[in-house]
Each structure stands twice: as structure tokens, then as C-alpha cells.
Design a protein around this ligand. Structure first.
Ligand code: ATP
Length: 251
């Protein structure tokens, strides 16, 4: 479980202090996907940097399974917007990089092969990131995180650089793999559609400084053919209204 209580983050500049996140309270149960949505600059990436252990200076409490964040002890998978692949390493090396760094590489070859297979990367293992399409790079990044068997998975706008069709394919593929492993996931997105499609829980942040305006337990999560259902559009409108401030629901 991820427990966030009173999380406040300030960026310190030379003479000023910039409040990026203000008093965030959020609990994410094991095996849940929480989509965090909000306007540009509201602190979504900052939130992920805290959870991944990159930002260590903050107020409040952030616990993963009851423990303070320690990136070297906990298995935290992080998928960034640009996928963070090393251009000079081939697909196989990129997939296994995190695992090698954590020292868990040797015993896991069968599992690596399985994930590689599931993500359709078998024929691409010798290629370099520059020789892959956006969707293929994205699959490498997902594979790299999944082979780590992370206890939490953090994704920063992972599908935003893809064209609409590839994006939907990748979202479906991600859900399929996620369904097998049920890793607790925090997904940051500026797309309302994506939040509704992938988030079992949706946390809506205000413009900067980021505060939680509302947390929705998404009743549509997992609905078959959701994208073509009326409820999907109705919820999209509801969230749009909340973001615009038409509705003043406090979480
Ligand atoms: N190192 C820093 N020093 C000062 N301010 C920063 C720093 N990094 C980010 N900020 C500011 O903190 C706020 C939150 O930034 P963050 O990148 O978390 O927002 P975001 O919601 O992810 O934005 P976007 O959707 O545009 O990627 C922004 O106003 C940003 O300008």
C-alpha cells in the first residue's frame, strides 16, 4: 500500500521558495492503478519524483508498505515520458539494465524471456532504440519495469508521445500485463480519457500549487469496450467540469 499524508514539496531557488505540491493526502491500495491528472505545471512529475525517491526533501509522510521510500531497497519501476532508454545499448540490454543494477539478473532469465515474449520484443532484441518506433520503445520501457518485479510502478505520461491508435494499443497491452501481475501503479497523465481508461482511482489536482480537488473511485475501470460507451463520455464531462471548477467537490 502507498500511503501519502500531508505531502508538501517546495523547490528552493536562491532567494525564493516555490510551493509545488500542497498537503497531498492519498492512499493507494496494493494492486491498484491510480491515475493522477491535472493541468500543466500542477506538480504531477514532482509527485512521481517523490514516490521514486528522486526528491527526498519534502514535508509529510510517504510510506510504501509501511516503510519510508528507499529506492535502493525497494523495487520501484519508473517509466518516464521519453522512456529513458540508453541509445547505445540494444533492446535486450535496455530491458535487463535495471535488473542487473539490482543484482537479480542471473536467476530470472526465464521470466525475462516471458516478458519479452508478452511484449512482442523477441525479434527486436538486437536492435538499438534509434531503430525502433515510438510504440516499440514504449514496450521496451514497460518490459524493463516489469522484469524488475517492482513493488510499485510509476509512469509519467508514458503514452503521450504516441499517435492515437498506437496509444490505445499500448494502453490495452499495459492493462493486459498489469492484470497478470497487479503491481500497484501510479500513472501521471494530462489526458482525461487515459485517466478514465487506466485509473481504478483518479486523483484530480488543482493548478499550481498542486492540491487534491477530488479523488474518484472509478466505477468504469475494467469495463469492456469502455471507449465506445456513453458512460465514458459522461465521466469525461464530469471530470472536465471538476477541473474547470464548475463543481466544488472536496475529496
Ligand atoms: N527544480 C525546480 N525548481 C523550481 N521550480 C520547479 C522545479 N521543477 C519544477 N518546478 C516547478 O514546479 C511546478 C510543478 O512542476 P512539475 O514538473 O511537477 O509539473 P507537471 O504537472 O508535471 O507539469 P507538466 O504537465 O507540464 O509536465 C511547476 O510550476 C514547475 O515550474
Amino acid at each position: 500500500m502507498i500511503e501519502i499524508k500531508g505531502l508538501t514539496v517546495r523547490y528552493r531557488q536562491r532567494h525564493r521558495c516555490f510551493l509545488a505540491l500542497d498537503n497531498i493526502n492519498l492512499t493507494i491500495n496494493n494492486g491498484d492503478i491510480c491515475a493522477v491528472i491535472g493541468p500543466s505545471g500542477c506538480g504531477k512529475s514532482t509527485f512521481l519524483y517523490v514516490l521514486s525517491g528522486i526528491i527526498k526533501e519534502y514535508e509529510g509522510n510517504v510510506l510504501i508498505d509501511g516503510k519510508h521510500i528507499n529506492a535502493s531497497e525497494q523495487r520501484i519501476g519508473l517509466i518516464l515520458q521519453d522512456y529513458g532508454l540508453l541509445p547505445w545499448r540494444n533492446v535486450y540490454d535496455n530491458v535487463t539494465l535495471g535488473l542487473k543494477m539490482k543484482g537479480g539478473y542471473k536467476g530470472d532469465t526465464e521470466y525475462i524471456q516471458y516478458i519479452v515474449e508478452r511484449l512482442g520484443l523477441r525479434d527486436l532484441l538486437d536492435r538499438y532504440p534509434g531503430q525502433l518506433s515510438g510504440g516499440q520503445r514504449q514496450r521496451v520501457a514497460i518490459a524493463r519495469s516489469f522484469v524488475l518485479r517492482p513493488s510499485i510502478l510509476l509512469m509519467d505520461e508514458p503514452f503521450s508521445a504516441l499517435d492515437a491508435i498506437t496509444r490505445e494499443e499500448m494502453q490495452d497491452l499495459f492493462l493486459k500485463i498489469w492484470n497478470e501481475y497487479r503491481v500497484s501503479t501510479v500513472l501521471v497523465t494530462h489526458s482525461i480519457d487515459e485517466a478514465i481508461y487506466l485509473g481504478r482511482k483518479i486523483a484530480i489536482l488543482s493548478p499550481s500549487p498542486g492540491r487534491i480537488i477530488k479523488i474518484i473511485e472509478n466505477p468504469l475501470f475494467g469495463t469492456e469496450d469502455l471507449r465506445i460507451k456513453n458512460e465514458f463520455y459522461e465521466m469525461e464531462m464530469e471530470i472536465r467540469k471538476i477541473i474547470r471548477g464548475d463543481s466544488h467537490n472536496e475529496s
